[in-house]
Design a protein around this ligand. Structure first.
Ligand code: SF4
Ligand code: SF4
Length: 216
């Protein structure tokens, strides 16, 4: 004789089995690393001292932005030295670095951490690794375009371009503040420019098309 199956057990059996968890390898084998990457970055960031990092963490403790970074400055230095090229070039850290130089000043090994961040940022741009709608690279590019065209930056126009290229909804949210500043004469919509813009463009073009850095 078959015993009746309790309703709770029947319901549990009717449910589809839980999906199997994907197993992801969380380490990298040495063969997957670019072991000479650290040395190449060190050369570009003024000296081999990068390789002498003692991982004391002073840079991370000093950095005002380390709480927001995916890898702290200490980790970036370690990963760069060990050849985690893709990880550091795709990290948010290099874009959050505000180039304040605090870490560099405090580092007991005088490692040029800020210059390492710059070198990584330039390399990420050259490889097109920067996040498309992340405000910092967009701001840098928009600022450059404005200076290239007019010789000067107009803050209000730069902000409008930035919001349109990243998140137009933020512009709606900030519109009232912008209006308030404009009414008080603190924000001008008037395009600012300089005389001799042609000469400036010539100079900027020469820099842009001048000697390119070898890829790291
Ligand atoms: S402060 Fe200098 S030595 Fe210490 S972890 Fe940072 S880079 Fe390395
Ligand atoms: S230079 Fe960059 S990494 Fe160094 S403390 Fe300033 S924000 Fe942090």
């Amino acid at each position: 004789m078959m015993l009746p199956v309790p309703p709770a057990m029947r319901a549990a059996a009717a449910k589809s089995p839980p999906p199997m968890k994907t197993v992801v390898r969380r380490i990298k084998f040495e063969s997957e690393l670019d072991l000479a990457f650290g040395e190449r970055v060190a050369e570009r960031a003024y000296g081999q001292k990068l390789l002498s990092c003692i991982q004391c963490g002073t840079c991370s403790a000093t950095c005002p932005l380390s709480h927001y970074m995916d890898y702290t400055p200490r980790k970036i230095i370690a990963m760069t030295r060990e050849g985690f090229k893709d990880e550091v070039l795709n990290s948010l850290t290099i874009w959050l670095c505000a180039s304040c130089y605090s870490c560099q000043v405090q580092c007991p090994r005088q490692i040029h951490i800020t210059d390492v961040m710059y070198a990584l940022k330039r390399e990420a741009i050259a490889r097109g690794f920067y996040p498309a709608h992340h405000p910092i690279p967009v701001l840098a590019r928009s600022f450059y375009e404005r200076v290239f065209a007019q010789g000067r930056n107009t803050e209000s126009r730069l902000l409008i371009t930035l919001y349109l290229r990243t998140n137009p909804l933020v512009m709606l949210r900030e519109a009232f503040l912008g209006f308030h500043l404009w009414r008080k004469g603190r924000l001008s919509l008037k395009k600012e420019s300089i005389a001799g813009r042609k000469d400036l463009r010539k100079m900027l073009n020469a820099v842009e098309h001048g000697k390119k850095e070898e890829p790291l």
